[in-house]
Design a protein around this ligand. Sequence first.
Ligand code: PLP
Ligand code: COI
Length: 331
Amino acid sequence: MTAFGTVFTPEMILSRYDGAQWSTPEIVPSDSITLHPGAHVLHYASTCFEGLKAFRHADGSINIFRMDRNIQRMAQSSRLLSLPAIDEKQLEQMIVEITGRFASEVPEPPGSLYIRPTHIGTEPAIGKAAAPSSTSLLYVLLSPVGDYFSGGSTALRLLLKEDGMRCAPHMGMIKSGGNYASSLPSMMEARAEVKADQVLYCPDGQVQETGAANFLLIDGNEIITRALDSTFLHGVTRDSVLTLARDLGMDVQERDLSIEELLERSAKPGTEATLSGTAAVLAPVGTLIYEGKEYTVGSGKPGPMTAKLRQMMNDIQWGRSEDTHGWLTQV
Ligand code: PLP
Ligand code: COI
């Protein structure tokens, strides 16, 4: 199996903003774009992206999951980075058109088609360190994928990090490239020093998120995760899982969760913890590493509630159960 996100369809769709309007979207080869070396994005990181997926149903239809949410988040990221405003309707049409064009490339379950809209500031103006790019490029790349974390079958190891942050606190809710670069040193350190799979950022001793997914604690009927604020990414998967948990009658708590409470609850045999994200889906967490000690979460193995919620979500995505929340768009 190739690594997640390394295989692309041969074409993508793009539109340019010239300072006044968006161009009619074009289908172009996906292996190159031409950028001036002085392009704003290359110097001042005017870039944001999205990640969503399309799924193949048993009847052969191709369905995109929660596209509206991802488009809204991209509009918000663009706004918060002072990139040109995107045309949400046009982006929706671009996503549907390119996904439909490559419908035959959408893998059978458990695979899916990962959709990566990307928006970059293109103005060649290196003097604009404190001014936005007046021009930009919006394109939608497609990548057939399997699971990001091996099918939810192994429980992940997370290093809890109290000092340092994933990114600047006011940037957390923006899905911007710079946030990922800024979290790399702590990620590399965690891998090398304690063989952690991910860092769980806990600024001020309160659980926040990891470098590429949100964090949820499941203790009996309770499901606990940080309340939305500007410091972390408002995951579409997080929202979907909390919605399904409410449907099940679970007690969903969006609130502060301290490291102390997390470790105390994790010590109970039935407790589960999971990461949630488009790429990660729901990836169980088995071990928390904090101040040099390792703490097992519940049994330390993937737990039944995580598996159940993952199954409920997958069943909707693959058309095996009714889409009661209207989350799918058929292309
Ligand atoms: N947090 C970060 C930092 C992410 O990169 C992602 C992945 O997109 C998420 C959370 C989960 O967001 P979503 O569920 O919308 O994919
Ligand atoms: C996603 O889940 O869509 C992500 O963006 C995570 C990652 C591959 C950066």
